[in-house]
Design a binder for this molecule. Structure first.
Ligand SMILES: Cc1ncc(COP(=O)(O)O)c(C=O)c1O
Length: 395
């Protein structure tokens, strides 16, 4: 039996999203064409934009469809940087961000001499709003995760956005891991911010909520100053030109609506399963430790440290036993990297290689949890033996 506990990597396509996708893919027409076919395509596209805007708490015109979360984050970070005011040369970048933000900022640092102002994470993986606020004055922009995709810790997005508004700094929030898990509202978080200060842009991605991969969106406030990455036919306020992927947009809108409609009931169900999993692991695997905030946490995320066991080895052993999980961290050229998020939480490099992320979702059942609890303890034993960790050092 196969158990899929990697919903944070991608979550299965929803039947309804697939149906909307296929139906829209069969429509002929470029949404920019004047004739009836074009108008039909435009109607489908604008309906998708309206439905997604309702989920995200913004105006339809503020939704810019992209090719996924990575493009949305790059558009926000680079776009805000290129449109910055005179004299602002720093980017506020908390530790432990997703690689889409980290690498976009690194590119600006290397190629455009951006100065980076890091903000430390606390031991639970949260951004301290006060430290974040202290880094803001005079910055060109700030970026932050709403929820950490690895350890699942949920940040105080309202406090981060409020601090950016007070400091007059444009903020991008990466809500890719948060959408469908915790409340997300662009309007609420933007509040009364003026002009291009405060929350200006928010990234989301379809495949994290049961839509297709390769489709995403960036909410861009009407008042934000943002330069495009691409140049072309002027579509989407000129912020993301190119003939639009209507089928992808339609599928994303349906998936996001369903994810939002069932968010509270699913959160309760999935959290209960997750808590059973965590309790079971802590009581059967000596030396296992739950990382991340136990309360301010994505409902389906269980992120554990197994001291003395390589996360990569464990992942491999669990895969052989039919259980798909993740270490959460990137793999560069086939060589597993220690998790930069776990390192940012003050853990050692060795510990940052001994973690596993289990992410549950809407297809997860109690049987899945029972299966993991059966196969995990011997897998940890084997992984520890493989790395030569004596049992006394484990608990
Ligand atoms: C927090 C976060 N931001 C951005 C991305 C990138 O999104 P996409 O896979 O749609 O490019 C991901 C994907 O894992 C993510 O978890």
């Amino acid at each position: 039996m196969q158990v899929y506990l990697d919903h944070a990597a991608t979550t299965p396509l929803r039947r309804e999203a697939r149906a909307a996708w296929l139906a829209a893919a069969d429509e002929v027409g470029n949404a920019s064409s004047i004739h009836g076919y074009g108008q039909g395509a435009r109607r489908l596209l604008e309906e998708a934009r309206e439905r997604l805007a309702a989920v995200l708490g913004c105006d339809p015109i503020e939704v810019v469809f992209t090719s996924g979360g990575t493009e949305a984050v790059n558009l926000a970070v680079k776009g805000l940087w290129w449109a910055r005011g005179d004299g602002a040369e720093a980017i506020v970048l908390p530790d432990g961000e997703h690689h889409a933000s980290l690498d976009a900022v690194e590119w600006l640092r290397t190629n455009e001499h951006a100065a980076v102002r890091p903000v430390r994470l606390d031991g639970a993986g949260a951004i301290d709003p006060e430290e974040f606020a202290a880094a803001l004055p005079g910055a060109a922009l700030a970026t932050a995760l709403v929820a950490n995709n690895e350890v699942g810790t949920v940040n105080d997005a309202a406090a981060l956005a409020g601090a950016a508004a007070s400091a007059g700094v444009p903020l991008h929030l990466d809500a890719v891991a948060a959408l469908g898990q915790v409340p997300v509202s662009f309007r609420t978080w933007r509040g009364e911010a003026e002009g291009s200060a405060g929350l200006c842009a928010l990234s989301v991605s379809a495949h994290k909520v049961g839509g297709p991969a390769g489709v995403g969106g960036l909410v861009v406030s009407r008042r934000a100053r943002l330069s495009p990455l691409l140049h072309g036919g002027g579509q989407q306020r000129g912020l993301r030109p190119g003939t639009q992927d209507i089928a992808g947009a339609a599928a994303f809108a349906v998936a996001a609506e369903l994810a939002e409609a069932e968010r509270e009931t699913e959160a309760e169900r999935v959290r209960a399963l997750r808590d059973t999993l965590v309790r079971g692991i802590l009581s059967t695997v000596p030396g296992a430790e739950l990382l991340g905030d136990p309360v301010a946490r994505i409902p389906g995320n269980a992120h554990l440290l197994f001291a003395g066991a390589s996360g990569e080895t464990l992942l491999f052993l669990l895969d052989q036993a039919g259980v798909a999980v993740s270490t959460g961290s990137a793999c560069q050229a086939g060589i597993p990297e220690p998790s930069h998020v776990v390192q940012a939480m003050g853990r050692t490099d060795a510990e940052a290689r001994q973690v596993l992320r289990f992410t549950l979702g809407r297809t997860t059942t109690p049987d899945d949890v029972a299966t993991v609890l059966g196969v995990l303890p011997p897998a940890v034993e084997r992984a520890r033996a493989a790395s030569g960790t004596p049992s006394a050092a484990r608990s």
